[in-house]
Design a protein around this ligand. Structure first.
Ligand code: GFB
Length: 320
């Protein structure tokens, strides 16, 4: 892949897709096709085929498909599974039909078995039951992994899979209920500070542990892997810090400057008790993240303040 290559990022307006577009442009890869708002509806087969037939991308990053946190996965499992399966099949099949030189499919760390040995290695995939809170979505992402391997085997397609750890950053989904833990808590703790709320309820026990990676580092890893990796086996994209949810919440309290107290709502689910990736293969390939967690958290909160909170305040003033 070089600076003149035609590159398509499926899901260009997602957390990872936006970070990828920024990273590619910063690296001189400016021949991007299908950027929002010109991206087709990836759940519609003929829109996807018309797009690939017209634009003929040479390299494709698949960062598309609806996502959500633990509450969203419990609320909309059918929609999450259906739209991810449709998106994945349509993009991967048309990438094959229209001779894409290389495709990188982004799976999800929730596709590992609930009790996989930690840190999780790709050999553990499909060796045990999935986490019930996100089984439907996880199965859809797992199907994408196997589909890429099948296209490699049957058609010798250069389609690879990367499995990112929990990712956060600017352009994240900050909805209070359906987002992932970091954007969800940033919003809720920010609002508690603005409203002078004495307490914020953290979902679950606070004991689950997660590994986190900044979206800008993940985008850099995706570019590195696209240029340096080509094998049947998926590759984990991690290398970030492993923290308990309670530690994450306290870090967010410090970034937001909240003075109230935190309590734990154990009526809400914990999800996987521990979810950390073995990213040794990625490190051996020569990549590691460059942004420390607190800097990443502060930059994410700053983006939220400038793009979400300020807009919602303007809307609220207009509504009065
Ligand atoms: O990020 P999260 O929603 O999903 O939740 P997973 C992580 C942990 O944070 C859970 C707790 O134990 C939650 O109970 N938590 C505490 C909160 N407060 C909050 C809050 O305000 N919002 C949220 N969302 N969580 C996801 C999958 O699992 O992992 C996705 O659901 C995806 O599909 C992602 O695969 C990578 O980390 O448990």
């Amino acid at each position: 892949m070089n600076e003149t290559s035609r590159i398509y990022i499926a899901g260009g307006d997602t957390l990872i897709g936006t970070a990828l577009r920024e990273r590619l442009r910063a690296g001189g890869y400016t021949n991007l096709v299908g950027e929002p708002p010109d991206e087709p509806d990836l759940t519609c087969p003929w829109q996807v085929e018309d797009f690939f037939s017209a634009e003929r991308p040479e390299y494709v990053f698949v960062a598309a498909g609806p996502t959500g946190g633990i509450h969203a996965n419990q609320s909309y499992p059918a929609q999450l599974m259906r739209d991810n399966l449709l998106t994945t099949v349509h993009v991967i099949h048309n990438a094959y039909r229209y001779d894409v030189a290389k495709l990188l499919y982004l799976a999800s760390s929730c596709s590992y078995p609930r009790l996989a040995p930690q840190p999780m290695r790709v050999e553990s995939l499909m060796t045990g039951p999935l986490e019930p809170t996100n089984e439907a979505y996880a199965m859809a992402k797992l199907a994408g992994v196997v589909l890429c391997q099948a296209y490699r085997r049957q058609y010798e397609a250069s389609f690879i899979t990367a499995i990112p750890t929990n990712t956060f950053g600017p352009h994240d989904d900050f909805r209070a209920e359906d987002s992932h833990v970091i954007p969800g808590l940033l919003r809720r703790i920010h609002e508690a500070r603005c409203r002078g709320q004495a307490e914020v309820r953290i979902w679950g026990s606070g004991r689950p542990r997660r590994e986190f990676l900044y979206s800008r580092d993940l985008a850099d890893a995706c570019l590195y892997v696209m240029r340096n990796y080509d094998a049947d086996e998926p590759i984990n994209l991690g290398g970030g810090p492993e923290l308990s949810i309670a530690e994450v919440a306290n870090a967010i309290v410090n970034v937001v400057g909240y003075r109230g107290r935190l309590s734990f709502d154990t009526s809400r689910p914990d999800g996987m008790p521990l979810k950390c990736l073995d990213s040794q293969p990625l490190m051996k390939l020569g990549w590691s993240p460059s942004t420390d967690f607190h800097t990443a958290l502060a930059e994410t909160y700053d983006w939220f303040l400038r793009h979400i909170a300020s807009q919602e305040n303007r809307n609220a003033r207009k509504a009065v």
